[in-house]
Design a protein around this ligand. Sequence first.
Ligand code: ADP
Ligand code: MG
Length: 654
Amino acid sequence: MSSDVLSSPLLKLSGISRAYQSGESTITVLKGVDLNLNRGEMVAIVGSSGSGKSTLMNILGLLDQPTDGTYEISGNDTGALDGDALSALRREHFGFIFQRYQLLSDLTAAGNVEMPAIYAGQAARLRRERAVSLLDRLGMGDRAHHRPGQLSGGQQQRVSIARALMNGGEVILADEPTGALDKQSGEEVLRILDELHAEGRTIIIVTHDMSVANRAERIIEISDGRIIADRRQENHKKTKPAAEPGIAGGQRWAALDRAQEAMQMAMRALIAHRLRTFLTMLGIIIGIASVVCVVALGEGSQQKVLANINSLGTNTLEIFPGKTFGDTRSGKIKTLRVADADALAKLTYVAAVTPTVSTSSTVRYGSTEANVLINGVGEQYFAAKGSKLISGRLFDAASVRAMTQEAVVDETTASSLFGASHIDAVGQVVILDNVAVRIIGVIASQQGGFGSNSNLQIYLPYTSVQARFLGDMSLRSITVRIADDADSKVAMSAAVAFLERRHGEKDFFVLNTDEIRQTITSTTRTLTLLVSAIAVISLIVGGIGVMNIMLVSVSERVSEIGVRMAVGARRQDILQQFLFEAVLVCLLGGCLGILVALGFGSVFNSFGAGFTLVYSMGSMILAFSCSCLIGLVFGFLPARNASRMNPVAALARD
Ligand code: ADP
Ligand code: MG
């Protein structure tokens, strides 16, 4: 030490101990180690297996912390530093070479070499150039784009040396660097280390092989956690300590650049495990697809029903006997009379009134026989409903008074009775329940609201139906059309009040299209919400699946995490990488889910279910952000586990 007494040592260990808790007992591996290592030295640490060499090396490289004692780098105590400060020191000062190379198999040689510079924040172009030139210098220029699996052990070790030099490699820590190599490759690696030493770098080699140790100028022997010898070999020529400075990091958008790198790493990991990625996504795909489909189904059916209601017109109301819709006695209540309809017709705000009665029966024409709904209506019915005449004529007030046996049919009925050429229907006579009836007109089929257009419909004067089919003068309902210039809400309540006064009590109820519309809208909304809740549960289950696989992925890749930390990744970098992976899986799953939903929609529509799925941009954006959120929420725990990993434990696991 006499020649170095003036310059302060680069690395200074004082009273370093390291104890492991194993069950009840404590194993002390290092027992009060004092050691000074100077800039530019080439030191070999030797000792038998289990003597504590690797433990000492890990403490020197800041991968592990001593239980006792102080460790100073260039006079600065490292004891009080947090994880990020330690990884910064690792990035700036140390390059690691491991016995088993510890290259990441998903990356090319050049990708492995440039990794430390990503965490140091060097610009992409610069670090790529530097990685290739370092590989070139180590005789690996033509292998820069090979994966570790395609390289021999000696070649992989040279890649790992290049990686150690990437950020400057002021101090190279090599733990049994030749342990896994044959004699010739081992010799090659040692020659490179000699060269690096000659350049002025500090080299620390751990070995149990004396022939390797003898190449160093200083040999430190360790046994059972204590230094038992520390000697210098005088035959080595002195080198000038003139290591190149660490590379300049901290470019302006470094954090953004690292995030982008983390994204690429996540992508690579997903591509490397395609099947697993897909299976992980499946839960999300199903969840998102069902959410989008359910919303589209709800929207589609609602639009269909609303279109039906709109075809009824916005300003008609139907008055039924009984207390409410669905009153079982309403068929038997006979309080609604023709006189009510006549009185209502006299009101100024009423445009048209028609009493209706109905019954069902069979209709016969030639050999054709079918069930038919007989509607007994007033002459104003067609005006009130806005029906369109296609051929022939409609019956008038005189027909109603005379109880004529004249009928109007809709198009559907005409074509099922008389075949495709239903224009010929006019003038034909059909037998309705033993009563002969002449067809005088055909009207366009109306989307009559609730599936009524699937029945055959025939319209007769209500007086004829009452007299010839029912034998009863009470009405099934009265349809009122409010005048266009009247306020429909006010007019409706006035009409109701008028009828209530006439009857002395409210023994009828009113359906108007506005109310029906509101009821249906709120019903479908409730249903959509309900089914969406189920879909959300499936999304949560999918999210738990993602979390599960991410936990597996983290535990599978502990050595990768260890290597990344060794070359200077911050905890945040690791967190980011795994979080990106989870979010990416979910986002991809979300996109696929939306595609599946769209595909389902086009299949559904081609089957012609009577209505189409209506996709809203809103539900897709919601689904997209949902999957993003699921990735963040369910990816966080695994990612945090990864980032809290102890680098030594992670490296030792292999
Ligand atoms: P070597 O000199 O062979 O590199 P190490 O430093 O790896 O020896 O290990 C020294 C001793 O410390 C060994 O007896 C080993 O079992 C023990 N040891 C190392 N790591 C741990 C650990 N994480 N927990 C408990 N004991 C450990
Ligand atoms: Mg060891």
